[in-house]
Write a protein that binds this ligand. Structure first.
Ligand code: BV8
Ligand code: ZN
Length: 245
């Protein structure tokens, strides 16, 4: 891919960069994106109808099993070249913040250090009553596993629709978006709020905004540079073009 010289020059000299990633970055690791049709048993449900406190309240076992199935699906999954290119960028840029909407843990798995998981992490499980994190649990049981301390039902440590994002992560993400020179939006449809507002916060503060996505999104008309294609190919090519590796 040919990158505009002014973009390469700007990224080469940038010292403060923020990146927002979505499910598209994990797609080439073999994980379906959030909008992709679910398969098998889950095809009859829309993710938004399972990823909510209401769904868990009305049928905790259904929601628990969906996350157990997703954890199973993630087991054999490895980061792809896009994840590793972002690790490389973090090594080369003095102030680099990786903000992710993904709950698959693949950025940390690849070696990214400064990661803000805005929507939590599916591999972590906590008590829906007292909030205590569970060390271990039975994935497939007749009943939803219960907290050893208070007996409350265990739930995945993710942010459901209608739930607030973790305050510290969100505040750090907003701070990074507002103070960066360059903001990347990568592999996200830019639909889910408040994550989707971060690119606008960056833009309003005069950052250069770059989108890398397989297809146009509502953000595309508002960015300074837009690259359409697979992040697993574009990101390694970008790292090579800037740092000759
Ligand atoms: C909240 C965890 C305050 C669970 C997730 C303001 C305006 C409008 C709506 C709202 C608003 N504020 C709140 C809302 C409601 C709601 C919302 O945004 N709804 C949407 C549907 C309109 N937001 C919330 O509820 C948030 N909470 O705001 O709290 C509050 C509190 C109380 C009462 C009111 C408000 C909570 C949002 C978090 C939800 N949890 N995940 C789980 O995973 O089970 S979000 C979930 O969906 C994922 O984590 C992910 O973040 C998101 C999907 O988005 P993407 O990552 O973008 O994935 P998607 O599939 O959409 O797109 C992938 C893109 O990649 C595509 O464009 C594709 O083309 C591209 N792609 C594919 N392959 C590749 C590629 N690109 C490059 N390379 C490839 N290979
Ligand atoms: Zn408990």
């Amino acid at each position: 891919m040919d990158f505009p010289t002014d973009f390469i020059r700007f990224l080469t000299s940038a010292t403060r960069v923020a990146v927002l990633t979505g499910a598209g970055v994990s797609q080439e690791s073999g994980l379906r994106t959030f909008r992709d049709a679910q398969t098998g048993l889950w095809a009859q449900y829309k993710p938004e109808d399972l990823a909510s406190p209401e769904a868990f309240a009305s049928d905790p076992k259904l929601v628990w099993d969906w996350y157990a199935w997703r954890r199973e699906a993630i087991k054999g999954v490895r980061p792809n070249a896009g994840h590793y290119a972002l690790v490389e960028m973090e090594h080369r840029i003095p102030e680099f913040t990786l903000i992710t909407q993904n709950v698959d843990g693949l950025h940390r798995f690849a070696g990214s250090q400064n990661v803000l998981e805005l929507h939590g992490n599916i591999q972590k499980v906590r008590c829906s009553n007292c909030g205590k994190f569970a060390e271990m649990w039975d994935e497939y049981t007749e009943q939803v596993p219960q907290c050893l301390i208070c007996g409350g039902l265990l739930r995945p440590d993710v942010v459901w629709f209608g739930e607030s994002l973790p305050r510290a992560e969100l505040e750090s993400a907003v701070e990074a978006a507002r103070s960066c020179q360059l903001f990347f939006s990568i592999g996200t449809s830019g639909v889910v709020q408040p994550a989707a507002s971060l690119a606008h916060a960056a833009r309003n503060k005069g950052s250069v905004v770059v989108e890398i996505n397989a297809e146009p999104t509502p953000l595309t008309p508002k960015v300074d540079f837009s690259f359409h294609g697979k992040s697993g190919s574009i990101l390694p090519e970008l790292v090579k073009a800037v740092w000759r590796i």
